[in-house]
Write a protein that binds this ligand. Structure first.
Ligand SMILES: Cc1ncc(C[n+]2csc(CCOP(=O)(O)OP(=O)(O)O)c2C)c(N)n1
Length: 337
């Protein structure tokens, strides 16, 4: 059978982890496992009819978001997409606050009024998400403009999908960021599909990062299923932005393990493509890399995985025990022009 529109992964050689601090490596793995277990639990609760709402899972994309966020400083800011659980957890949002938000409880990060599509918490530098595809790119540029004007030394990082790179507001944001030399990183999680549409059906070039040169900024396409590759690329871009050299575009090649949202089995994807990408699952791959390093052992890793599981279970208990927002608070924290 001829398989149309299939782009299989090329896995690069990765350097040993010996040069990296054990604490950074542990935190990288912990956050990736946290995201994976969090989303597996959310999916399970949804299938049991316990969790409400529409949810877009990011299973498989953990390395890109964790590598990117750990390369930032705590006071740098990210913008989230509709597929934002992993992005928020990677930036440091607590699983308790996120789980409660998905349950619509007042202990949630947006007091239970946002739900999955509008999560975030400025105290960890995660701007509450905007579900309008493309809308967050000009906002990231705007935050970077403020950082530059106020000379704060902060950087803004805009997460977006490859489908978003065909929206007009995305192009305007890159142009503005380039001409004003803003400290912003545009980070594409290229998972090949915008809903069910393959990238080759909507883009006449091979990679999103090729567009960077049209705006006068550096652009790189990298393998997005290794967190250290992503960490290095974002660290370089953030250092450059902080030094006043302006924006950068980084495209992380990755794959979502499920469909676009929970009611989509993703059946439009060729089986051969799915199988090839599933073999690149970032979590077992990074686990294997850690185990080749003498500083890590199976028992240390298993303890970490068990402690994450305990924390996720506790977040569900806490969310279920929390109250829904009071009716009298319906108009609080709500803004309209
Ligand atoms: C302006 C706008 N158009 C359409 C949608 C519906 N929509 C939600 S997600 C999505 C696909 C986005 O694809 P991509 O940017 O590649 O991100 P991914 O879903 O792959 O993470 C679409 C079309 C929307 N939310 N906003």
């Amino acid at each position: 059978m001829q398989v149309l529109n299939m782009r299989l992964p090329e896995i690069p050689d990765v350097a040993p982890l010996a040069d990296y601090d054990a604490g950074l490596l542990t935190e990288t793995y912990r956050r990736m496992v946290l995201i994976r277990q969090f989303e597996m639990k959310v999916n399970e609760l949804f299938l049991q009819g316990i969790m409400p709402g529409t949810i877009h899972l990011s299973l498989g994309q953990e390395a890109s978001v964790v590598g990117a966020c750990l390369a930032l400083e705590a006071d740098d800011v990210i913008t989230l997409t509709h597929r934002g659980h992993g992005q928020a957890l990677a930036k440091g949002l607590s699983a308790d606050a996120l789980m409660a938000e998905l349950f619509g409880k007042e202990t949630g990060c947006c007091q239970g009024k946002g739900g999955s599509l509008h999560i975030g918490d400025m105290s960890v530098g995660a701007l509450p998400a905007i579900a309008i595809v493309g809308a967050s790119s000009p906002i990231a540029a705007g935050m970077a403009f403020a950082f530059k004007r106020q000379e704060t030394g902060q950087v803004a990082l805009n997460f977006f999908g490859e489908g978003t790179a065909n929206k007009g507001d995305w192009h305007e944001a890159l142009n503005l960021a380039a001409i004003w030399n803003l400290p912003v990183i545009f980070l594409c999680e290229n998972n090949l599909y915008g809903v069910s549409t393959h990238i080759t059906e909507v883009m006449a070039i091979e990679y999103v990062a090729e567009r960077a040169s049209a705006y006068g900024m550096p652009g790189r396409t990298i393998y997005g299923n290794d967190p250290i590759i992503v960490y290095e690329a974002v660290r370089t871009a953030a250092n450059r932005a902080r030094a006043g050299a302006g924006p950068a575009l980084i495209e992380c090649l990755t794959y979502r393990r499920g469909g676009h949202k929970r009611d989509d089995p993703g059946a439009y994807r060729p089986q051969e493509e799915v199988e090839a990408w599933f073999k690149t699952d970032p979590i077992p791959a990074f686990r294997d890399r850690l185990l080749q390093d003498p500083r890590f052992s199976t028992s240390v890793i298993e303890d970490l995985e068990a402690s994450v599981k305990t924390a996720i279970d506790a977040s569900v208990d806490l969310a279920q025990a929390s109250d829904t927002p009071a009716v009298a608070s319906a108009l609080e924290h709500v803004y309209a022009d």
